[in-house]
Design a protein. Structure first.
Length: 367
């Protein structure tokens, strides 16, 4: 039974959910399932009961319904009620599972930020990650396909205490553990590809890696999986007690990063973004090519913003907002003195904020 299920149900589906679907959708008995996997029937019974109790969660319920309709809607009538081998072939399924892992990595990083929740409205095909920015204000930091949100809930990586017309999900303890594992796997893949001399295409979901030409050892960018450098810097206070970066500056940096991710821009696309790095070179960033991918409008917006910032400011904005390079490493690569990077970054964000305000004014005048 499970050998057949491996071809019909995506690998990300938890073991308990697979057995629940085998029991409820094909009529296979609990004893038969227990016998096929080599465990006691009480173990299978507990798994099935636990999944059934979780169906009060709208995302979990929707995920199970979707899996049932997609992978169990047609049976071949074989004895035992085993599901037919339908849907994706193994190699295609592997690609889909990798795509899911990449998207899960992107979303759970956002959910680790302070005050972040995944908001899901009834009968909507998209969900959003929003972060509480104080004063009853919220900042949208990511858009999520509801199918991905359903998968995260079914895997118990996100949880909702009070489902309703708009349900708010937070990352769970098992989600944080899974995030650490996904980050480690992404880094290991990057390291392995570099060791074999293969250029790895950067995605917004993976930690970046590199090989320094001036050192025999690989140098890799490391940053917190929990938040971007801007969020950490916004928690610092000036001498007068005010945040070092106010919410408008953080929003400007997040807007640049959102355009960067929307376009799925790697370090190099149809045009080369290296010319915005005025010192230290690209250093440790990989050299993926994304020509023809992503949104040309988003790429154009990033190009205009960085061009308006000019040398130096575009460098620190690209590194810290888009590539998520930490301030200390950015200072070292650009040859700046210690603790000067945060001052330059704040100036860059102030200029970036003014750039976006000017763009809105131009649009208003044209309209």
């Amino acid at each position: 039974m499970e050998e057949n299920m491996a071809f019909t149900i995506p690998a990300w589906v938890p073991e308990g959910a697979q057995r629940y679907l085998a029991h409820t959708e094909t009529g296979q008995s609990i004893r038969d399932i227990a016998r096929s996997v080599g465990c006691h029937a009480s173990t299978i019974l507990r798994q099935i009961r636990r999944i059934e109790m979780r169906r009060d969660d709208p995302l979990v319920d929707a995920a199970l319904q979707s899996l049932a309709e997609t992978h169990f809607s047609d049976l071949d009538g074989r004895a035992g009620g085993a599901p037919a081998v339908l849907g994706l072939q193994p190699e295609d399924a592997a690609a889909k599972d990798e795509e899911f892992n990449n998207e899960a990595l992107r979303i759970m990083r956002r959910l680790c930020e302070t005050g972040a929740v995944l908001a899901v409205a009834e009968e909507m095909d998209k969900a959003v990650v929003v972060r509480d920015s104080g004063d009853n204000a919220a900042t949208r930091t990511a858009v999520v396909d509801c199918r991905i949100a359903q998968a995260l809930a079914l895997k118990d990586w996100i949880s909702c205490d009070n489902p309703g017309r708009i349900s708010r999900y937070r990352i769970s303890s098992s989600g944080r553990a899974a995030l650490s594992q996904l980050v480690a796997e992404a880094e290991n893949k990057a390291r392995a590809r570099n060791e074999f001399g293969m250029a790895e295409a950067q995605t917004p979901f993976q930690a970046q890696s590199s090989q320094s030409t001036s050192s025999p050892r690989a140098r890799r960018i490391r940053y917190s999986a929990a938040e971007s450098p801007l969020i950490a810097l916004a928690r610092r206070r000036d001498r007068d007690g005010k945040p070092f970066l106010d919410e408008t500056l953080v929003s400007a940096g997040e807007r640049l990063r959102e355009d960067f991710e929307l376009a799925q821009i790697g370090p190099q696309v149809a045009q080369n973004w290296d010319h915005f790095l005025t010192a230290g070179g690209r250093g440790s960033f990989s050299t993926g090519t994304y020509a023809g991918q992503g949104s040309s409008d988003a790429r154009a917006r990033v190009e205009r913003a960085l061009s308006d910032l000019g040398p130096g400011l575009s460098d620190v904005a690209l590194r810290c907002c888009c590539y998520l390079e930490g301030l200390e490493l950015a200072e070292k690569r650009m040859g700046w003195s210690a603790r000067s990077g945060k001052i330059v970054l704040r100036i860059a964000l102030q200029r970036l904020k003014r750039h976006y305000e000017d763009q809105v004014e131009k649009t208003r005048l044209i309209g």
